[in-house]
Design a binder for this molecule. Sequence first.
Ligand SMILES: *Cc1c(COP(=O)(O)O)cnc(C)c1O
Length: 390
Amino acid sequence: MVTSMPDLMELEQARSSGVYLKRDLQIVRGDGAALYDAAGRRYIDCVGGQGAANLGHGHPALIAAIQRQLSDLMACPELFHNPVRARYQDELCRTANMPRVFLCSSGAEAVEAALKFARLTTRRPNFIAAMRGFHGRTMGALSITWEKTYREPFEPLLPGVRHVPYNNLERLAEALDDTVAAVILEPIQGEGGVHPAQPGYLAEVQRLCHERGALLVLDEVQTGFGRTGHLFAYRHDGIQPDLVCLAKSIAGGLPMGAVLIGERVGKIPPATHGSTFGGGPVACAAALAVLDVLQTTNLIERASRLGAAVLDHLHTNRPAGVREVRGRGLMIGLELRGKVAPVLRALQTRGVLALPAGSTVLRLLPPLVISEDDLWQAIQTIEEVVNDAL
Ligand SMILES: *Cc1c(COP(=O)(O)O)cnc(C)c1O
């Protein structure tokens, strides 16, 4: 039997499909915004479960909600009613000010559902998405994703997808004809390099969609649940999208996805879509706890304040190795003058874990519960590492 930690890393590598390039680090435990390896070494977590851990690791309210539900009922497909699902759907819809919701199990699955609902409603074939946009790895979500290295090995993909430059209204208006079912955008492009929508852009996209009979789909999979200083990032823009895709932190780290469905979306006939795990009671109990924590604590306001302080600090003291700093709330991107990979390795050596977004952007998605000490410690380490790398 294999028991030693290095052997288990090798074993995992040998048995993995090969799609992940793993770091040389085995994580065994988390607490708030700290992660620990097998030797007990502490790391400041600016990966945040790739955006799925906004409440941090081991949040007591989340654990209690999951444990309570586990012993009552775990598997309950949507051919039955369930009280936890009922409460969650109502709470999410009221909080988001949207009439209906479809529940599923991941971000890509939420995007697939939104594409299908848009076709059902409009009876139009085409979609407009943005250059640098990321929407997931399944065939439909991949078709609207921009990055060629993700897409090209799997072509042919969904026909009729038009990619336009993000934040460019003219090019969008040109592409938005009466064959377009929906325009699909992230309010802040995450994987594509942390690019926020310019003020007024999303409102004007919404106006164009209304004028031309298309739906506006927002992919809030990464930006949702307090990350940017609002429950959802589109609230910075005062708009009301037709479909909103949610996942990542929706259930605090358990797999879950959702699509919020607005008034402009037509009736969705029975049996036209579905998901075995969608609306499962454990995920719903966890997601209810997430909404409760976000609404009864200052975590969202704190994300806004801490994010603004960090961005302000990095703007006024921009390290020489940083070309540009972008973001909102605790979704922060540093466009480096060189490659991000060696910077990530150096940060790991110094006890800070962070994400890339493309080959030259360092991305930070710390749990919103991160202490101010840890956050500033991470920023200071980044400044030192980025300047050393020059
Ligand atoms: C992560 C992500 C997805 C895909 O979510 P999965 O749960 O990995 O399928 C889709 N859209 C955005 C914006 C994301 O950040």
